[in-house]
Every structure is written in structure tokens, then in C-alpha cells.
Design a protein around this ligand. Structure first.
Ligand SMILES: Cc1ncc(COP(=O)(O)O)c(C=O)c1O
Length: 379
């Protein structure tokens, strides 16, 4: 099975061609005014993000990881305290706890959504209790673009006196029951890594919150804990600012983001219709929309993933595995508590998931080729 054009896994070149003149102008403006750090673009972007998501505070920062870290610092997470987080996620969601001396407590996911399973949160609490760890909060992760079941997580968090924050590095642009990602948790962190649905041309991130005190703490923490008076310091912080160049890029990309989200949904719909029952296609929970950061299929039990990947590569279809191991299986994290009863869903999916090319510029004929190649490889 052949196809005569290269199929990119993510196509940043087509997007750049669409807005290249605007990016050039925006970059030139930064070069002309020379305020590379905290220039006017940073403030403009924060206003644009806040209005796009309908959130009071949008605080830009240097990466999605720093966004998580700033939120945890502002929430006052202390050494030895526990934070529940799904094991089936990118390292950053769990990494930020040990950075502060705190402890990730690994939770199970729902195989239908790849997101934290509210029904298994009690098991995570029990594991923490057995390890003598006080749990203070939950970080939900909107994996592959779909937000978690926020209502159930919030009820659990409220019942146990926990805060709930969202790692929306992959799900910025999505919504849950009509509410945009960005104001579902007490704080929401996102990433502008180039491959993310809204990405810049380097590293970047943002935290969203409705809470004035949290916002003030995060704004201060991203500049070394600076107080209102320059070179006075209110708290321990770090360098975690977004630079003006990246803000300038994001201002232009945000203008086409809604259109790109609709194009991603169309690609997801075509995949679901074309792949049918050949593989398990991702499903959205009732009332959820996705930003489709990734399109991740689950191969039928017993199908050898490596063989499928090799055949797809042969057919010119790039694929990726998100994620080959749960975080609880990774060496630096193996000693942290795992929900009682184990994480069998996570461990099973790690062997069966396969991400297909997904981006707003995926042409229909390329997608038809991908669908036919996947069907051929699993048959
Ligand atoms: C779920 C999740 N959380 C956090 C991050 C961290 O974002 P960044 O790479 O911008 O630090 C990522 C990025 O890959 C991610 O996918």
C-alpha cells in the first residue's frame, strides 16, 4: 500500500505557512521595541487567553511544567504531603510533586477516556493513608485533549477537603459540560510546547485561575518571588516567565485556534467513521469536547503493536506510543504509593495504545490512506 506524499505526524509547517506574514510582522515588532522580557506582547497574550477561556487570570510562564509547579507553590504544597495524579500521563504531571518534596499518589484511569477514574480515588486515598501520607489535592490530566470528569472529581475533592487542579497541557481548548477548560479547577496549567494544540515556537505555558490570591502568588513566584516593590521578595520563586517573542507568536496562533479546533474535530470524526470497529477508537464522555491533542487508538487484545507500527511505517504512516509505561513503573517513581488494588487498566493500555497522525491540516486523502493502512495492519 503506497501513498506518494509524506504524512507528518504533526504538521506545523502548514500552520506556519497560513500565518507566516503575521508572525514575521509580530517578531519584527518585538525586535524593534526590544523589550524581550515582559514586553507588551506578554500582557496582551494574557488578556487574550483570559478572554478566550472566560477566566479572570491567565498567567503566562516558561513551560507547562513550570505552570504546574507555580500552581503547586501557590497552593502551598509542603514536603511529604501527597497529591493524587493519574499514572497514565506524561512525566511532568507527577514530576512536579517530588520537585517540592511532595509525594505523587498514583491513581487509575478509565479505559474509555484515558482519564482518572473517579471510582478508584478511594483506593488512592487508602494507599496514601497506609504510607502515612496526608493527601492535600488532586491533579487531573485531560489526556489527549479530553477533560476529566470534573463534576465527580470535584465532589470527591470537596468530600475529602482536597483542592483540585487541572493539568490541561493537552486539553486546552476543550470543554466539560459547556464550561471551558481553564476554569474547571482551582488552577489550570497548560503547555505551549510546539506540538500542543496551541503551541509556540519554543517552550511556554500558562496557568489560569479565578482566585486572586493564587494569581498574585503565581505572578510573584514566576519572577523569583518578587514583591510589589522591585528587589523585595515575598516568597521563594524561580525564573518562569514567557518571553515576548513567544507571546507574539501565541497572539497570532490564538486567532486561528478555534478554527483549528474545529478542523481537529473533523479529523477525529473521519477517523472514527473510517476505522469503525477495526480498533477501539477514542470516545468522548457525554458533555465533553476534546482539543484532540492526540488521536490514540487501542489495538484489540492479542494484536502485536510492534508489528502494526512496523507495517504502518512501511506504508508511510508515522505513529507514536503515548505512553509505553505508567509513571508508577518508571524507575524514579517506582517507590511512590499506587492505588490499592493496582493499576491494571493503565498497565494493559500501555501495551495497546497507538497514536495516529493528528493535526488540523490532515488532508482527506492522507487520512483515507492512514485508515486503510491501520485496517490492513490489524486484520
Ligand atoms: C500532560 C502533560 N503535562 C505537562 C506537560 C509539560 O509541558 P511542557 O513540556 O511545556 O513543560 C506536558 C507536555 O508534554 C503534558 O503532556
Amino acid at each position: 500500500m503506497s501513498y506518494d506524499k509524506p504524512i507528518p505526524f504533526i504538521d506545523l509547517a502548514s500552520q506556519q505557512a497560513r500565518i507566516r506574514d503575521k508572525i514575521d510582522t509580530a517578531m519584527t515588532t518585538v525586535l524593534d521595541h526590544g523589550q524581550y522580557i515582559m514586553g507588551p506582547e506578554v500582557n496582551q497574550l494574557e488578556q487574550d487567553l483570559a478572554s478566550f477561556s472566560g477566566v479572570k487570570h491567565a498567567i503566562s510562564c516558561s513551560s507547562g511544567t513550570d505552570a504546574l509547579l507555580l500552581a503547586l507553590m501557590a497552593l502551598g504544597v509542603k514536603p511529604r504531603q501527597g497529591v493524587i495524579v493519574p499514572s497514565f500521563t506524561f512525566a511532568a504531571s507527577a514530576e512536579v510533586m517530588p520537585c517540592l518534596g511532595a509525594v505523587p499518589i498514583f491513581a487509575e484511569i478509565d479505559p474509555a477516556t484515558f482519564n482518572i477514574d473517579p471510582a478508584r480515588l478511594d483506593d488512592a486515598m487508602s494507599a496514601a493513608k497506609d504510607a502515612g501520607i496526608e493527601v492535600v489535592g488532586i491533579i487531573s490530566v485531560g489526556l489527549f485533549g479530553q477533560p476529566s470528569d470534573y463534576d465527580q472529581l470535584k465532589s470527591f475533592a470537596d468530600a475529602h477537603g482536597l483542592w483540585l487542579m487541572d493539568d490541561a497541557a493537552q486539553s486546552y481548548g476543550a470543554s466539560w459540560q459547556g464550561r471551558d477548560v481553564g476554569h474547571l479547577g482551582v488552577a489550570t496549567a497548560t503547555s505551549f510546547f510546539p506540538a500542543k494544540p496551541l503551541g509556540c515556537y519554543g517552550d511556554g505555558g500558562a496557568v489560569f485561575t479565578e482566585d486572586d490570591e493564587l494569581a498574585e502568588a503565581m505572578i510573584s513566584a514566576r519572577i523569583h518571588g518578587m514583591g510589589r516593590v522591585r528587589y523585595t521578595h515575598d516568597r521563594i520563586g524561580m525564573t518562569a516567565r514567557l518571553d515576548s517573542m513567544q507571546a507574539a507568536v501565541l497572539i497570532e496562533k490564538l486567532k486561528i485556534f478555534a478554527d483549528e479546533l474545529a478542523a481537529r474535530q473533523a479529523v477525529a470524526d473521519r477517523y472514527a467513521a473510517g476505522l469503525g470497529d477495526a480498533v477501539i477508537t477514542p470516545k468522548l464522555a457525554a458533555g465533553a469536547t476534546s482539543s484532540w491533542a492526540q488521536y490514540v487508538i487501542t489495538l484489540p487484545e492479542g494484536v502485536d503493536r510492534q508489528t502494526v507500527q512496523d507495517q504502518l511505517k512501511e506504508a508511510g504512516v508515522p505513529t507514536a506510543i503515548y505512553y509505553p509505561m505508567g509513571m508508577h513503573q518508571q524507575k524514579p517513581y517506582a517507590h511512590y504509593p499506587v492505588a490499592k488494588g493496582g493499576l491494571t487498566v493503565t498497565e494493559n493500555l500501555c501495551h495497546r495504545v497507538l497514536a495516529l497522525p493528528m493535526h488540523p491540516y490532515l488532508e482527506t486523502d492522507a487520512q483515507d490512506h492512514i485508515i486503510a493502512s491501520v485496517k490492513n495492519a490489524v486484520s
